[in-house]
Design a protein around this ligand. Structure first.
Ligand SMILES: Nc1ncnc2c1ncn2[C@@H]1O[C@H](COP(=O)(O)OP(=O)(O)OP(=O)(O)O)[C@@H](O)[C@H]1O
Ligand SMILES: [Mg+2]
Length: 363
């Protein structure tokens, strides 16, 4: 799976652009504010039908214009799929695949797998639990369509239960209804997270062993706020009942997948609390690479990867590891500068220079 070319019209700071990519590595070099991240956003948009930067589609339209258009040719299993997205100032979004209008974003999602890797991802080990939950949720939504549904229903029920808990008069019969909903969808979320983290633990352990030159054993363990059991729906429901008085007192739901965490350790050391910055980053890199590997395994396709400003955050050894371990995936890498050492070691690909919304090929 790779993107052969892209056309942009009035997209961000690009008036008009047409460019053909390498199916291996594509490096976008350029100073700050020239359009490197914007180009990645354009690529992401045709795969996911949304931006990774904004919820408001119209922000992607070039200042002063009334619409923007992004078109890509993506090669999947030897066949060309043309996807086209048009966004208007009025908030309309038109999506076409091979010239045919489609309504649902999932019709696109089933076709192209794309992962964005940004400096934020390198903080996942030391960040708050919410960021680790988001990491897991994003991947599960991509590889398990039913997960998205379960997670959304869980969040909706949780919000309604919490709103109800703030009322003056609480009736047990009403809470029963929300508890059943939470247990039904929450148990699905917990069981999928449990399986996913188990797989990530195994793969990231192997990757981390290589990056750390065999010095560290990484372990990634699920820390659910509820319990993981065979009859999860029932046990979750009972736990909610047990804690009901606490929830009524605190006027919020104190337990459930919205409180889960992941513990990341090197040997006996909890890296979030005691890891050095370098250790935390390397573990984060291992996690991200294992996520990519897992998607490959589950989907039978090598996802396309967008690396926005990640290289400058890593030392030469890790930059080199990152680029070489991703051979076979199409890579789009933005960076303000590329060290001669890394450039010389690059496998086959293209280097582009981006300046004020214009692109030139360097190699
Ligand atoms: N809708 C828009 N219309 C026109 N220009 C825009 C629009 N949105 C953003 N820009 C401009 O595009 C420019 C390039 O942004 P971009 O984020 O792609 O830079 P970059 O090359 O990735 O820089 P950095 O190295 O700092 O990350 C910015 O100066 C920004 O103001
Ligand atoms: Mg940028």
């Amino acid at each position: 799976m790779y993107i052969q070319d892209i056309q942009l019209k009035d997209f961000r700071n690009y008036k008009e652009l047409q460019v053909s990519f390498s199916k291996n590595i594509n490096i976008f070099l350029g100073n700050n504010a020239q359009g490197k991240t914007n180009l990645l956003e354009g690529i992401y948009l045709t795969a996911m039908a949304k931006s990774f930067k904004t919820m408001r589609d119209r922000e992607m339209i070039r200042f002063g214009e009334s619409f923007c258009k992004v078109k890509t040719d993506c090669i999947i299993g030897g066949e060309t799929h043309t996807t086209e997205i048009l966004i208007t100032k009025e908030g309309k979004k038109g999506i076409k695949i091979n010239g045919v209008k489609v309504q649902k974003i999932t019709e696109l999602l089933e076709r192209i797998y794309i992962i964005i890797f940004s400096p934020e991802d390198l903080k996942i080990v030391k960040d708050e639990p919410e960021k680790r939950r988001r990491f897991v949720d994003q991947e599960l939504c991509l590889i398990k369509p039913g997960y998205f549904h379960a997670l959304n229903n869980y969040k909706r029920a949780l919000k309604q239960r919490n709103t109800y808990l703030k009322e003056d008069l609480i009736e047990n019969s009403v809470l029963d209804i929300w508890d059943m909903e939470l247990a039904k969808y929450g148990s699905r979320v917990v069981s999928e997270r449990n399986a996913f983290i188990g797989k990530i633990d195994k793969i990231s352990g192997e990757i981390h062993h290589k990056i750390s030159g065999g010095r560290e054993n990484l372990s990634v363990k699920y820390e659910p706020s509820t319990t993981v059991s065979h009859n999860m729906e029932e046990s979750f429901y009972h736990l909610l009942k047990e804690k009901r008085n606490d929830d009524i007192r605190s006027r919020t739901t104190g337990m459930g997948p919205h409180k889960d965490d992941i513990k990341i350790s090197a040997g006996e050391i909890d890296l979030r609390k005691f890891g050095s910055q370098g250790q935390q980053r390397t573990a984060a890199l291992s996690l991200k690479l294992s996520e990519i590997k897992l998607i490959e395994e589950e989907m039978g396709e090598k996802p396309i990867l967008l690396l926005d400003d990640v290289l400058s955050e890593l030392d030469h050894e890790r930059q080199s590891f990152l680029i070489h371990s991703l051979g076979g995936n199409q890579l789009f890498i933005t960076t303000a500068d590329l060290s001669g050492k890394v450039a010389r070691e690059l496998p086959e690909g293209k280097i582009f220079k981006i300046s004020e919304g214009q692109i030139e090929i360097e190699i």
